[in-house]
Design a protein around this ligand. Structure first.
Ligand code: FE2
Ligand code: FE2
Length: 242
């Protein structure tokens, strides 16, 4: 029997709508049956949703990095300023770990190689110092990420990380990125390309600290990325801010 093009079109639209409905139902089903699962999916889903918007409006690599630093400070404050609210602290502590692990590796893969490429010997030294500082932070993050917020040492360990990290962040923002931006020839465009690469890289990197994977590409790239799927599975059992 010949099917009219209109009916055929209608069927395809209907089919598409049914598939979308099924997807929505699956998401709703997961939400209802397993709050743990949706909690873990939340950062990934949010990441996908915001990545397209962010990469379009992100003007420079400095803006991309500085935005992450601001978010890290916010997550840190949510833990420190809410003593006794253990569930809240655990969620924001996990979010802090998740964001810091991705941020660090994104910098190691995209930003530090750019220091070396555009700033010669000065850039190599800057990148090397930054990698050493990352390693110190990652060693501490590795301990913190396994702790429960009910542990009396929980905020102390986080403060130790923040003491090192805040100094490192200040150097990156006030010294390293300023030098990089002024060395980029086609300033706006190259800086925007770096910001785009940084955003893309963060979508694929591990979400937990793996100091033994190192800080130097390409070794870090291979070892770090190998850990990513294991981290995603482990994230299913972690709590994130609602
Ligand atoms: Fe850094
Ligand atoms: Fe940074």
């Amino acid at each position: 029997m010949q099917v009219s093009p209109d009916i055929d079109k209608h069927r395809s639209i209907h089919h598409l709508r049914s598939r979308d409905k099924l997807k929505m139902l699956s998401i709703r089903y997961i939400s209802r049956t397993s709050p743990r699962v949706t909690g873990a999916l939340q950062p990934t889903l949010r990441l996908r949703r915001t990545y397209a918007i962010e990469s379009a409006r992100m003007a420079t690599i400095t803006e991309a990095i500085t935005k992450d630093h601001g978010e890290l400070k916010h997550y840190y404050n949510e833990v420190i300023q809410n003593p006794g609210r253990h569930d809240h602290q655990q969620r924001f502590g996990n979010q802090f770990t998740w964001e810091l692990a991705r941020h660090s590796i994104g910098e190691e893969l995209v930003v530090y190689p750019a220091f070396e490429r555009y700033l010669g010997d000065k850039g190599k030294k800057m990148a090397e110092d930054d990698r050493k500082e990352h390693h110190q932070v990652k060693e501490r993050l590795k301990i913190f990420q396994g702790m429960k917020s009910t542990d009396p040492e929980y905020t102390t360990k986080l403060k130790e990380i923040w003491d090192l990290l805040s100094e490192h962040i200040e150097e990156e923002e006030k010294r390293d990125l300023v030098s990089l931006e002024s060395a980029l020839m086609n300033k706006g465009e190259e800086s925007h390309e770096l910001a785009t690469s940084f955003g893309r890289t963060k979508a694929f990197v591990p979400t937990r600290s793996h100091p033994s994977a190192g800080e130097h590409p390409p070794f870090e790239t291979v070892m770090g990325l190998l850990m990513a799927p294991f981290d995603r599975v482990a994230d299913v059992f972690r709590k994130f801010p609602k």
